[in-house]
Structure formats: structure tokens, C-alpha cells
Write a protein that binds this ligand. Structure first.
Ligand SMILES: NC(=O)c1ccc[n+]([C@@H]2O[C@H](COP(=O)([O-])OP(=O)(O)OC[C@H]3O[C@@H](n4cnc5c(N)ncnc54)[C@H](O)[C@@H]3O)[C@@H](O)[C@H]2O)c1
Length: 348
């Protein structure tokens, strides 16, 4: 009889009542497969400590980091399935050296995260936060005249990082009729053109846009890609939204620009330091709408990300390579993958 394929879920998936905190993440498909068992890791820790993954064939990872040390003793580990698309918390080089492919779930995040960006964009443009406060705090409704919003139709939208989420933001906003400019040095201009966006330089984007949406990957090159100098190029009424990673924006510079009224507003799903420090100046800005890295979290995101992870785990458990989407294909150069076939196009 074949060995059981053992799957770990990082402990941060577990809610206080012992169930998966995200609701239905598509585990039924994994549970229906003979010969697979899964369990939560015993400790919520980041990074996972040496030995934490020993005895497991696959791991589904939420927020806990996987470092080189985390792989100590993980001799059976054949796949790290990341619930989401950001893999800055996974030591890719260490996984590659160990022959462990890391998979991500772009299909799960694309729609929900693009809608999250649109939600923040429209809420900030229409000053929803300030208008809610007028009613809730029983203020004089004449105050509403101070909060006329920014109508987006006919205006220019700038998207920094025109990938999976960025292009979906553009597609969702197409019906309202904005001109779209994008900055993404790694994108084929033909792809941008097909999507209906004009590729421009970052300075041009900051200066031309009425609304800027940040959906770039966080890399050493994109750290503080929106800095004080580039914020200074923005129009006075312009707004900026970040749903990617906090360090893409120099947050102190943004707080200063907002507090001094030099730009119109901001919507931030992500912060440079999470959770926010009590004395973080961004918390004092009235024109910023904030979220604890969760604007995009919906039932659809949970199911989409979970199903993507389950698909990877099933493919490996069935004796094939994971197909969807491996961010370190060099892991397959490891001898353990010699002769292992690709997964069929679809897994039922
Ligand atoms: N807030 C959340 O809950 C949440 C959820 C999912 C994803 N994210 C973040 O969103 C990011 C984007 O996700 P995605 O699925 O669109 O990824 P993606 O890889 O498809 O897109 C990222 C884009 O950034 C571009 N890029 C790389 N370097 C750049 C540079 N120097 N300047 C401009 N663009 C550059 C890439 O070419 C790519 O097109 C992820 O990296 C992740 O960190 C956040």
C-alpha cells in the first residue's frame, strides 16, 4: 500500500474553534482523495522552525514564513502551496535547492484583489469615509458640501505594475471610461496595448494620473517606487491606492503629502509596518482610507486560493509535477523530479 501523503496547513489558517478560519477553501476535494491526510501545524510561528515540516509531503502556507531553516528535517516535502500570490515570505532559493516547487494562486486573487482596488479607489474618490462620519457622528449635514468627490469618468488612471491584478483593475474600470497609463518595465508593450493601456515612464504616470493604483510586485527595485519626489509630481486632487505591498510606497512621505493636503487622498490595503504602529503618522491623515491587509478577503478569494493550493497538492500526491503556478521551476532540476511527468491539463 502506498504511503499516506501528509499535508500540513500552517497554524494561522486555524480559527479559535479549530476550524479553518477562512471558511470553505475547497478542502473537500483534498479530503475526498484516498491516501491523503491533512492537519494544522501545532504552532503559529514565523518563520516555521527547523523540524516543523518534518514528515510532511506538502504544506499549504498562509502568512507564516518559510525560511531555509524551516526546511531542516523536511526531507519528504515536495511542494509548498502558497495561499495567494505574494511569495516574499518564502525563501525561494532554499526551496529550489531542496527540490521543492513553490506554487501560487493567481486565479484566486485576480478578481477579488482587483475589486478591492476598485473598492478603495471609488470609496476615496467619493469621500465615503468622511460622509459616513457626518451621519454616524450626528454632525451637521451642511458639512457634506466640503466633501465633493473626484468623478473618475474621463480622467486618467495610472497603474504601477500591470500584471495579473493590475490588468484586471483596468478591465473592471473600462466601462466607466478612464484613459489608462501603466508603468511596468517587464511587460511586453503589445500586452499593455491589447489591454487598452499606454505604457509610460513612472514620472509621467505620476504627473498625468488623476488616480494611481499600485499593483506591482515588491522587489528590491520596487521598494519605495513611490517616494517623496514622485508624490510631489502628483496633481493636487489626485488619489493613490495600494493593494500590493506596503513598502512599495514611502509611507512617511505619503503621510506628509496627505497631512499637508498636497494630494487628494489615498486608499491603503497594505502598510509598511503591519499591524500599524500606534504612532504611525498615516493614522492621523483624514484623507486616507485604511484596511488591515484584508480589503480583498471574501468567500471567493478564500475558495479560489484554497482550490489553487489543493490542485497543486493533488497533482503532487498523484505522482505528477505541480502545474499551477510554479514560481521556481528550477526546483525540477533536482534529482527527485527526474522522470516525474507533468500534471494533466485539468485535475478533477
Ligand atoms: N493585499 C493583498 O491581500 C494582496 C493579495 C494578493 C496580492 N498582493 C500583492 O499584489 C502583487 C501583485 O499581484 P499580481 O498577481 O498582479 O502579480 P503579478 O506578478 O502578475 O504582477 C506584478 C507586476 O509587477 C511588475 N513589476 C515588477 N517589477 C516592477 C517594477 N520595477 N516596476 C513596475 N512594475 C514592476 C511585474 O512585471 C508584474 O507585471 C503581489 O506581488 C502581491 O504582493 C496583495
Amino acid at each position: 500500500m502506498a504511503d499516506t501523503f501528509r499535508v500540513a496547513l500552517t497554524r494561522d489558517f486555524r480559527s479559535d474553534d479549530g476550524t479553518i478560519g477562512w471558511g470553505d477553501i475547497g478542502m473537500a476535494q483534498l479530503e475526498a482523495e484516498p491516501g491523503i491526510e491533512w492537519e494544522f501545524l501545532p504552532v503559529d510561528e514565523t518563520p516555521l522552525s527547523p523540524g516543523a515540516l518534518a514528515g510532511f509531503d506538502g504544506v499549504m502556507v498562509l502568512g507564516n514564513a518559510v525560511s531555509a531553516e524551516s526546511l531542516v528535517g523536511a526531507d519528504r516535502l515536495k511542494v509548498v502551496a502558497r495561499f495567494g500570490v505574494g511569495y516574499d515570505t518564502i525563501d525561494l532559493d532554499a526551496c529550489t535547492a531542496a527540490g521543492v516547487p513553490v506554487t501560487i494562486t493567481p486565479d484566486g486573487v485576480r478578481g477579488p484583489m482587483a475589486l478591492a482596488a476598485v473598492t478603495l479607489l471609488l470609496s476615496v474618490a467619493h469621500n465615503v469615509r468622511q460622509k459616513d462620519r457626518i451621519v454616524r457622528e450626528r454632525r451637521d449635514w451642511s458639512e457634506r458640501y466640503r466633501y465633493n468627490g473626484l468623478g473618475l469618468p474621463g480622467k486618467t488612471l495610472g497603474i504601477i505594475g500591470f500584471g495579473n491584478i493590475g490588468r484586471e483593475v483596468q478591465r473592471l474600470l473600462a466601462p466607466i471610461g478612464m484613459e489608462v497609463v501603466a508603468y511596468d518595465p517587464y511587460l511586453d508593450p503589445a500586452v499593455a496595448g491589447q489591454a487598452g493601456a499606454r505604457l509610460v515612464g513612472i514620472e509621467e504616470l505620476m504627473a498625468e494620473s488623476d488616480a494611481v493604483v499600485v499593483t506591482a510586485a515588491l522587489t528590491p527595485e520596487t521598494h519605495h517606487i513611490v517616494n517623496a519626489e514622485r508624490l510631489a509630481l502628483m496633481k493636487e486632487h489626485a488619489i493613490i491606492v495600494n493593494v500590493a505591498r506596503g513598502p512599495l510606497i514611502d509611507q512617511n512621505a505619503l503621510a506628509e503629502a496627505l497631512l499637508k493636503g498636497r494630494i487628494g487622498g489615498a486608499g491603503l490595503d497594505v502598510l509598511e509596518e503591519e499591524p500599524a504602529r500606534d504612532d504611525d503618522p498615516i493614522l492621523d491623515a483624514d484623507t486616507v482610507l485604511l484596511s488591515p491587509h484584508a480589503t480583498g478577503w471574501t468567500d471567493l478569494l478564500a475558495y479560489g486560493n484554497g482550490s489553487g493550493c489543493v490542485r497543486s497538492l493533488l497533482e503532487v500526491a498523484r505522482g505528477t509535477r505541480p502545474s499551477h503556478v510554479v514560481v521556481n521551476p528550477a526546483a525540477f532540476d533536482h534529482e527527485r523530479w527526474t522522470g516525474v511527468p507533468d500534471a494533466p491539463k485539468t485535475v478533477s
